[in-house]
Design a protein around this ligand. Structure first.
Ligand code: C2G
Length: 397
């Protein structure tokens, strides 16, 4: 009996996948289809798979072509599978030509013709592409633009920018650059606001009024009542309002929160975290009125673990800042929070560099997150008896 094996994600199974499966089956007598797990897809950079693993397996089974369905969970598994299942032929679409020649040492490798004009990406985008506008300019926008290329279903089309350095960059990317915000809003479905902090509320409100979704840099506002206003406006207009506080969405941060709830380090007694940068300055970063300074730049990040883990019911809050002589903005600030059963001491710096680690102290042990903790992909749970220490790794997508 000739055994054939093939691999894939098979998201939103389409006729391209069906052709591949039929052709693979025709190469032998028994077809094993290996479906990639969600975590392996993330590891290999496939971030936008729409269906769950269970749904994808069910779809492959429903074709009736596969004799056996197994899971692909790790890099290098193909060789293990070929040996384990005594496979004669490894088959894969022609988009992979050459990539699997290393398998020739173990079995025959066949690259099957890829079906043209159909892909999971196209199917995912059937509902249309979301057109996104950028509002304002900060040097960090370069990262946002690069990262947006990994996201299918979204296209940056337009920009509202009054900054000459920013306009130069945006023009070089061939975006439509507007100097009239409302006109730009009419051209997009959603905006990403990266303007000076003091202008964010105004831009967000205008976007909501025209029914546009908003992803806004953090902090979204400089006053509490403004945040409440924006939240209720978003609800009323039925639009999405999201704060671009990336750490909050990172897998490691979320897993750490859950682990702490299980009591892995006992009762939490202290959180110590620092965020600093020597960033190239933005045009607004030297002005107090525009929202310059260390607290505005880093406050939301450094307070995130404190408020998430210890809650918002602190008894005392105090700040000690070192101010710039000329601009009077804070270059370095130490924030202390006192809770009924715990403490937090966090520091922020702009134009000052310090060790950016985070330590969470508990009654049984402590958490150590190395710098830069706000981009955490790894943390350690440490105990007095170091043999019990544990290391946790995740990918920062
Ligand atoms: N395919 C095809 N024609 C298409 C689309 C996909 O022939 N129009 C093939 C691919 O070449 C692949 C299989 O269908 O052989 C599954 O495709 P995907 O779900 O996109 O999976 P892929 O990322 O190619 O995974 O390590 C290799 C991977 O496991 C293959």
């Amino acid at each position: 009996m000739k055994k054939v094996i093939t691999y894939g994600t098979f998201d939103l199974l389409h006729h391209g996948h069906l052709n591949l499966l039929r052709r693979a089956k025709a190469l032998g007598d028994y077809l094993i289809v290996c479906v990639t797990t969600d975590s392996f897809d993330i590891e290999r950079g496939k971030l936008l798979v729409q269906q769950s693993l269970i749904e994808r397996i069910a779809a492959v089974k429903a074709t009736g072509i596969a004799d056996e369905v197994i899971l692909e969970e790790y890099e290098g598994q193909k060789i293990d599978d070929i040996k384990k299942y005594n496979v004669d032929i490894f088959a894969i679409g022609s988009d992979w030509v050459g990539k699997f020649d290393y398998i020739l040492e173990f079995c025959k490798v066949v690259y099957l013709p890829r079906t043209k004009d159909i892909s999971s990406t196209e199917k995912r985008n059937e509902e249309g592409i979301l057109s996104l506008g950028i509002v304002g300019y900060d040097h960090s926008i370069v990262k946002f633009i690069d990262e947006s290329n990994f996201i299918s279903g979204i296209e940056i089309t337009s920009v509202f920018c009054l900054d000459s350095e920013g306009s130069k960059l945006y023009n070089s990317k061939l975006y439509k650059v507007y100097t009239d915000y409302e006109k730009m809003l009419l051209d997009v479905d959603a905006v990403y606001i990266i303007s000076a902090p003091n202008l964010r509320v105004m831009y967000t409100k205008k976007a909501f009024e025209l029914g546009k979704h908003v992803l806004c840099e953090t902090p979204v506002a400089l006053k509490t009542d403004e945040v409440d206003l924006l939240n209720s406006l978003a609800k009323e207009k039925k639009v999405i309002f999201c704060e671009a506080l990336k750490t909050a969405y990172s897998l490691a941060f979320q897993r750490l929160g859950v682990l702490l709830k299980t009591g892995i380090i006992g009762n939490i007694k202290d959180i110590n975290a620092t965020c600093t940068s020597l960033d190239v300055k933005s045009s607004w970063s030297d002005s107090k009125e525009s929202g310059g300074g260390a607290i505005v730049s880093w406050g939301p990040y450094v307070l995130l673990p404190v408020l998430k883990i210890l809650g918002c019911q602190y008894k005392k809050l105090s700040f000690v800042s070192y101010l710039d002589d000329k601009t009077k903005i804070d270059l370095f600030t130490n924030i202390q929070l006192v809770y009924s059963n715990s403490l937090a001491s966090v520091k922020v710096g702009s134009g000052v560099k310090a060790e950016g680690a985070m330590i969470i102290a508990g009654t049984k042990g402590y958490v150590y997150v190395p710098a830069p903790w706000w981009k955490m992909d790894y943390f350690e749970i440490r105990y007095e008896d170091s043999r019990s220490n544990k290391k946790y790794f995740y990918q920062f997508k």
